[in-house]
Each structure stands twice: as C-alpha cells, then as structure tokens.
Design a binder for this molecule. Sequence first.
Ligand code: MSP
Length: 521
Amino acid sequence: MTKTPFYITTAISYVNGVPHLGHAYEIILTDVMARFQRLDGRETFFLTGTDEHGEKVAKTAEQHDMSAKEFADKNAASFIKMTETLNISNDDFIRTSQVRHHKSVQAIWKKLHDKGDIYLGKYEGWYSIREEAYFAEDELRESEDGAKFTPNGTPVEWVEEPSYFFRLSAYTEKLLEYYEAHPKFIAPDARRNEIISFVRQEGGLKDLSISRHKSRLKWGIPVPGDDDHVMYVWLDALTNYITGVGYPDENSEAFQKFWPAQYHVIGKDIIRFHCIYWPAFLMSADIELPETVFAHGFINVQGEKMSKSVGNVLSPDGLVETYGLDQIRYFLMREIPHGQDGNFSHEQAVLRINSDLANGLGNLAQRTLSMIHKNCDGAYPSPGAFTDADKALLDKAYRAMLNETREAYNTFKIHRALEAIWRVVSDANAYIDEQAPWTLKKEDVSRMNTVLCVLADVIRCLAIIVQPVVPVSANKMLDQLKVPDDQRTFEHISDAYALKPATAIDKPEGIFPRIVEEQAA
Ligand code: MSP
C-alpha cells in the first residue's frame, strides 16, 4: 500500500531580529518529523520561511536607516543560513515578500470578500506593535505611571482607523463543531482545551481587523481594489502555508498532492492565530483545513526567559560551534518533553552529550567495530547460531524499539523515541560486558564472531532509527558499518540479520567526541 504524502510546516519567523535558540528548537523539531516520515516511506514536503511585513519590521528598519525591503533581505538571509547551519531538510523556503505570496494572499482575500465575510469598518483599540496584535482593555496591565502593557509585557498604543474586518463572529459555532468533530486538530490536548474555552467565551468571537490604513503602514500586501489599505500581517502570514504548495492554483500538482497539511508546528504563543483565525479563513475560502496544529513549549536559558536585556539569547551558530551540530540537535530533542516548556543549561547539555552520545552510542559502536577490525581480519565474520541472549537483544532492536519509536516519532514525542532507542543502547552495552567478546578470542572464536555480529547488527538498527535526530553522525556510523545507501530506511530495520559476511570495514574513528569542559566554557 502506498502511503499518503506528508506536508509539514514551521511558523515563519519575523525578520525584525535574527535567529535564536527558540527558532532553532522549532525548526529542528519539525526537521526530525520530516526526516522520520521520509525514512518511513512517505513522500514529504517541508516548508519554512520568513514573515516579513508589518509595522514592527518597518520601524526596526527605520531605526537601522534601511528600507524595509533591504532590512528584510538582510535578516531573511540569516534565517536561510540557519537552515544550513542546523542541517535542516526543508524543501522550500518561503518569504512573504515574494511575488508568489502576494498573488496568493490577494487571491484568498478576494475569496473571503466574495463570500461576504469582509467589510469596511472602523477600528479603535489597544494595539501592540511588538506582538502585531490588538488587546481588549481587560487583558491589559497598567504600570504606576498609567502606561498599559499586554500580558506579555509589551507596550500598547490606542489606535483609531478605518479598517477592513473579517466576519470571525460568524464562525464561532462552526469552529466549535469542527474542534468537536476533529479531536486531532489541536495538539497537545491541553492546548485544545485552552482554545475551546477561549472560543466558547461569552458573546463568542469578535470580528477581526485585517487591514491597516496606508498612512500608518506601507510595508504590506495591498488590499485588492482599495489602494488605501494594506493587509494585516496575520492573514498575510498564515496564507504562506498554502502559497508554499502552489495556491492560488488549487489544481497544481503540489496543492493536489500535499494540501491539507498534516502538521503546522508552532510555539504555544501563537495558537489562537493558528487554531481560530486560520481555520476560519480556510472555511470561508472553502479550502480544507490542516490535520493538526502542534504547539510546542518555550525554551528558557539557565532557567530564565531569553531576552536581549538579560543578555542570554543563544544563537544557533554559537550553539553548533560550542557543542557540535548533531550534539545540539540531540540535546534539544532529548531534553524538552512533548509540548512542554524546557530549559537549556550548559551543564545539562555537556552531561547528556557525554553520557548518551560519547559514552553510550558512540562508545558502543567504537568498541564493536574496533574489535571486528582487529580480531576478524578487518571484515564481518559469519555469525554462528544465536543464543537466547542474542535473540533477545536482536528482537528488541528489530521489533520493540522500532514499534515504540515509530509511534513516538509519529506523535511528536521525540524524547520518548530517544528513550526507547537508548534503552537498546544500554542493553547492548550490558550485553557486550556480559558476553565479554575480548575473552572469547582465545577460547571460542566462533562465539566471539557471533557476539560481534549481533552487536554490529544492533548498531546498524540504532544508526538507522536515530537518523532523524542526528543525521550526519548516524550516516557516518552507517558508512563505517558499510550499510549501502539504499538500505538505510526504517523498513530495513525489520529485516532479519542483514550484514554481509566478509564485507571489509575500515578502522573506525570515534563519531561522538567527549566535550571537555574547558573547551566548552
Ligand atoms: N511571524 C510569527 C509567526 C507567523 S506563522 C504564520 C512569529 N514569528 S517569531 O519569529 O516570533 O516566532 C517564530 C516561532 O518561534 C514561533 O512558533 C514561536 O513560538 C517560536 N519561538 C520563539 N521563541 C521561542 C522560544 N523561546 N522557545 C520555543 N519557541 C519559540 O511568531
């Protein structure tokens, strides 16, 4: 049976700043899922990009004496570079300033307009430029000098202007029915409950302002048929998910194949936009809704929220330089539980990298391959009959680990997948100590060969299954094991013993070096 294609997206990042650990976490998480799906046999399309319009970018550009476009170009380049630094396997990178996207947003606007869901009104209210969002009076906090702030602490200003509105109020019931009928639409469940109670609030949803007057904002997509207005950033930004697969050409190959998306991966701060506005826009435009919006938690650094003023903002470049690429990917995926907030601490990173990667998987592979190289004439021997202990370990790798890991990867429980994988790493390390193949060299060469074969085949399975998280290192390991390129997908795990006797292997080199404290500090 051929599997259905898989489409996954990250949020698109604002270009008023440069990438930091939070962006890195989100894109790595999404990359792990995309790589897993490809290795599990699904044709996959992975989209990421930048969200470039809006007042915030226009104002920051001004402060830097640059045009908004120049400023966006400069910072979009640093987000593109991040995809390279972190070895992200995205298939496309969308920028909302691109012509393809302007066409797409104008097309969806027309659809909503033709539906009768857009009308011209007047907006007045509290607006946070930094969050690009309006806030109700009762959501705001007031400082001693009377200045008002959002719950996230950003300042708001009073704004009055003519604005186009989207009839979001007409979608209150439709959305609630949709959430009820599609329990997988919002994940994890805690977020789903949060959205449902927000939509259920007294009086239902309010209509949504979706444009700005040109006198206030020029850096945006013009409203079709009214040169005095440009679009509000969220209609513009959210539409990137369909632009990326060819909208407005709904008959295009990409749209037909990949829409609706399986996952929009986003941070918990932007769930309302994704779980309320976006489905309402899509319903109005008669476009199918994505399967799941998955909201991950936030990462703090050494227990504190990242912020420029605290001076604890970590850059992807710096992290890769300090810890290594696959090491940082592993640490983030292992340390931050499904949908919850997590903490980045230097001490914990060094501990995990050294114990799990250097001493755990790395040492297992290094010991095994060195012994084969040294004691078996540099090539795989033939295994003899497997004992119960051999069969138990192989079976764990072929079946239990594969099943648990598949299930965990599929539901974004990446830390659970890694736990299941590392249970086999420690079982294999215990097995090597119990079997002590080094003592068998003189007594029973045939048994030594079998033990080394069992270990090598378990390492083959481990390297295949860990590829989504540490792709470069896992592939180095598979190269050392001489596993052919076309035998590295998940279906090759469930093969029975798969190493070819007499295949020559090279003298192995360590794949995961230990981090020595002085270097990392
Ligand atoms: N431009 C909007 C998203 C539009 S999507 C149609 C935006 N941009 S952002 O640059 O502020 O954030 C991009 C993503 O990074 C969001 O999903 C956000 O939740 C995530 N993160 C930003 N800081 C984060 C952490 N400290 N930790 C984890 N993720 C964080 O919002």
